[in-house]
Design a protein around this ligand. Structure first.
Ligand code: GDP
Ligand code: MG
Length: 179
């Protein structure tokens, strides 16, 4: 067989983590397919989506895994985490419990070396519905030395930015570790 040319410069595996209902599947759908659905997506048979993006002149193939309804801590197996280079920790800015739970998710992932980013989703919701102030998200992200974004999968706000920013951090880290 002849040699097959690789059609990317970097292959990066990312995971979406966070409570059920925060909008992980919608964020992935928005990013990978630029669409939004207002019904719950049950990701049966689809474990990940792939999107190729150009970052700083390099082609980056992002392989993004969705938890597909297995969001209770103990049901997420180490196989899911294996090889993950970056994790998007997602909460819903209108759901206090989903924010509180980020600390538990952090405990769950701390043994996995990765570049993480904190994502407060549903920023489009009316301010009267907001339960978690922007400053609280920023403070938590600072504490864990993560980047922080508020996003809306619905309005397509900051969605590309989250994925690009975590991918860029990972690219820099990979560059640093190369001989
Ligand atoms: P998952 O369980 O974390 O995968 O959450 P889903 O992606 O299935 O979304 C759960 C619900 O939140 C669905 O009804 C979505 O339509 C809704 N949702 C997701 N993202 C947003 C958003 O950015 N804004 C608003 N207003 N609703 C959203
Ligand atoms: Mg989902």
């Amino acid at each position: 067989m002849g040699s097959r040319r690789q059609d990317y410069d970097y292959l990066i595996k990312l995971l979406l983590i966070g409570d059920s209902g925060v909008g992980k599947s919608c964020l992935l759908l928005r990013f990978a397919e630029d669409s939004f659905t207002s019904s719950f997506i049950t990701t049966i048979g689809i474990d990940f989506k792939i999107k190729k993006v150009l970052i700083d002149g390099k082609w980056v193939k992002l392989q993004i895994w969705d938890t597909a309804g297995q969001e209770r801590f103990r049901t997420i197996t180490s196989a899911y985490y294996r090889g993950a280079m970056g994790i998007l920790l997602v909460y819903d800015v209108t759901d206090e419990a989903s924010f509180t739970n980020i600390r538990n998710w952090m405990k769950n992932i701390e043994q996995h070396a990765s570049d993480n980013v904190l994502v407060g989703n549903k920023s489009d919701m009316d301010e009267s519905k907001r339960a978690v102030a922007y400053s609280r998200g920023q403070a938590l992200a600072d504490e864990f030395r993560m980047q922080f974004f508020e996003t809306s999968a619905k309005n397509n706000t900051n969605v590309d930015e989250v994925f690009q920013s975590v991918a860029r951090d990972i690219m820099l880290r990979l560059k640093d570790t190369q001989p």
